[in-house]
Ligand binder design. Structure first.
Ligand code: 5GP
Length: 220
């Protein structure tokens, strides 16, 4: 397989602008597995670590999965304008820290976001040109339920709450640029990766092309 994450070298006068690559889905549709696989496959991708007021689950690491803060501290951070976007999901706050994302994009890096539809709408409103969004759908209701139960990290009440919320979350699929149905994880990862690689090569993300083409024309 060709490794498309390694670009053919660009002329020195041409640079590439990165973008925000958002993956959203109802809980249990396989988004975390896809996120993990993408980060392994594409070294140019960095993960935006969100801040949340929800409690840390077993196996989660502070600073790696989330930055965990109290609800009070989250409110203070909202007031101080520390978030690019934020939303309340399942009664807890989640937000994307504003620091670093802008610099990363300018530097040509692609930043992966695992955020919900509310956050995606906010990013769309403020940075449409730098946003590529993908919605992951489960292949069936049953598959979603089974995945949530298998995860077994949340209580039964939490699973029920998330299932009830899934129907509402699903209704936002049409707000996304791309939709992937995750019936086979490997295939879903391939498809999301293909989107990522095509989007990286968009003309609008390349700076200096006009001058480069002018120089080419001068050679004729
Ligand atoms: P979980 O509690 O399962 O880690 O995440 C619950 C939901 O919150 C997921 O749908 C996830 O995409 C969303 N989420 C995580 N971080 C953020 C964030 O920074 N902003 C927004 N808007 N949603 C987030």
């Amino acid at each position: 397989m060709i490794d498309f994450s390694i670009d053919a070298p660009l002329p020195a006068s041409v640079t590439r602008r990165g973008f925000m690559f958002v993956l959203s889905s109802p809980s249990g549709a396989g988004k975390s597995s896809i996120t993990r696989a993408l980060l392994e496959r594409d070294a140019s991708l960095t993960l935006s670590i969100s801040t949340t007021s929800r409690r840390r689950r077993p196996g989660e690491t502070e600073g790696k999965d989330y930055n965990f803060v109290s609800s009070e501290d989250f409110q203070i951070m909202i007031n101080e304008g520390k978030f690019l976007e934020h939303a309340k999901v399942f009664g807890n706050y989640y937000g994307t820290p504003v620091a670093s994302v802008k610099q990363q994009i300018e530097a040509g890096e692609n930043v992966l976001f695992d955020i919900d539809w509310q956050g995606t709408q906010q990013l769309k409103a403020t940075a449409r040109d730098d946003l590529v969004s993908v919605f992951i759908l489960p292949p069936s209701y049953r598959a979603l339920e089974q995945r949530l139960k298998k995860r077994n990290q949340d209580s039964d009440a939490e699973v029920a709450k998330r299932m009830a919320k899934a129907a509402d979350e699903l209704s936002h699929f049409a707000e996304y640029d791309y939709v992937i149905i995750n019936s086979d994880l490997e295939q879903a990862v391939d498809e999301v990766y293909a989107i990522l690689q095509a989007e990286r090569r968009k003309r609008a993300r390349m700076n200096g092309l006009t001058n480069f083409v002018r120089e080419l024309q001068d050679g004729f």
